[in-house]
Design a protein around this ligand. Structure first.
Ligand code: SIN
Ligand code: CO
Length: 381
């Protein structure tokens, strides 16, 4: 269990999306949930997205995982960065848990970096809200003011910016945390072999939303209505698009978005789509409901890391999981909410819900998809 010393009520209005800040001792007596060796091992797996960024004098190198060995990288000036470790290595999820006060749909992943002294990715910008927690070691972080920062690529796979004037310049010790809103330049430089945990929150752009909405219209053969102009009049300037025509065409597009039910359901399914590769393994052979009950008598379930599960306040009888809309059986709304709100729903609550055979069958189907599972000792490490 990680206890985060942060008052969300004061932090959110003051800093969230507004100003970077340092939270000293955000986690007291910090214990890393993963070792550098385990992280290095995960970066040897092809399913995980990992890279090494190294600096040799003025030259930057980038290598992409999976890695076979780390021997030739030396003892300084490089970092190993592994994305979405929370999707693959359950023990690190304990560190994400305190951030569940923020909406799940905003959470992207937990990226973990291991840096040798001098290691870092150089000055750069991110389009994320990120909480960077210092684990093992010490790292110097500089954060600059938002503004016009010229971007350049010292390596084709590395986007950096020119040096910036810091407004924050700190050495982070284990348990300290830095919050950086999108667009604030930053640069981390390890002073000692360091582990850093980046809890990243990404918001969709208008472009991403519109692209996905357009796909939704195509998939469901919606939006086929054409513009109509029964009042059309002859005109002197046939090359011109008139303001009323522009307004009418825009209205035709907006009408698609104004279909309340279709919009909400598309949006929830879009927001529940996977953002990274997942460890999604259907149960083989599948559980029968009585077997699920036997398991539940032993312990509760845990949601597989990276499984995004959301619901809309207006329609609690539907769950949206990894882009799929799942109908919830009658009397199942409370169970559905529990599954979406709690990464590790309690044994007692699940057992109570499963007294209803229809709900037990439904939950069994979800577990058989590989979306929830019974944790083993290894998950608790
Ligand atoms: C890192 O841990 O080195 C990178 C984190 C970041 O700057 O986004
Ligand atoms: Co960054």
């Amino acid at each position: 269990m990680y206890q985060l010393n942060l008052n969300w009520q004061t932090f959110l209005p003051q800093y969230w999306q507004k100003r970077p800040t340092v939270i000293r001792g955000a986690f007291a007596n910090f214990v890393d949930p993963i070792s550098p060796d385990t992280l290095a091992g995960l970066a040897m797996e092809p399913e995980l997205d990992s890279r090494i960024v190294a600096r040799q004098g003025n030259t930057w190198l980038v290598a992409h995982g999976p890695f076979e060995s780390y021997d030739h990288w030396g003892e300084q000036d490089w970092s190993l960065l592994v994305q979405a470790v929370d999707h693959w290595y359950e023990p690190v999820n304990a560190l994400v848990a305190p951030f569940r006060e923020l909406p799940n749909w905003r959470l992207d992943d937990l990226m973990i970096s291991y840096s040798l002294p001098g290691g870092g990715v150089g000055p750069h910008l991110d389009q994320y809200d990120v909480f960077i927690i210092q684990g093992l070691g010490r790292r110097r972080w500089r954060v600059g003011e938002k503004g016009q920062h010229r971007q350049h690529t010292p390596h084709p796979d590395l986007l950096q910016i020119d040096p910036f004037e810091p407004i924050i310049d700190v050495e982070l010790n284990p348990g300290d945390m830095l919050y950086i809103p999108p667009g604030f330049p930053h640069d981390g430089h390890a002073l000692e072999p360091s582990l850093n945990y980046s809890v990243g929150f990404r918001a969709p752009s208008g472009r991403e939303l519109l692209c996905s909405f357009a796909d939704h219209l195509l998939d469901h053969e919606l939006g086929g209505q054409r513009y109509q102009d029964p009042e059309l009049q002859a005109r002197a300037h046939p090359g011109q698009i008139q303001p009323a025509e522009l307004a009418g065409l825009r209205q035709l597009m907006l009408a698609q978005l104004q279909d309340e039910t279709g919009f909400a359901s598309w949006l929830a399914s879009f927001l529940s789509q996977a953002r990274h590769e997942l460890d999604e393994q259907p149960v083989e052979p599948p559980y029968r409901p009585d077997e699920l009950l036997t398991g539940l008598n032993e312990q509760g379930l845990r949601r597989q890391g990276g499984v995004r599960c959301l619901y809309l306040q207006e329609t609690p009888q539907q769950l949206f999981i990894l882009g799929e809309r799942i109908e919830v059986p009658a009397e199942g709304a409370a169970l559905a909410r529990l599954l979406a709100d709690e990464p590790a729903p309690s044994q007692a609550a699940l057992l109570t819900a499963c007294q209803n055979p229809a709900l037990c069958q439904w939950l069994t189907n979800l577990v058989n998809r590989g979306w929830w599972y019974f944790p083993t000792q290894d998950d608790e490490e």
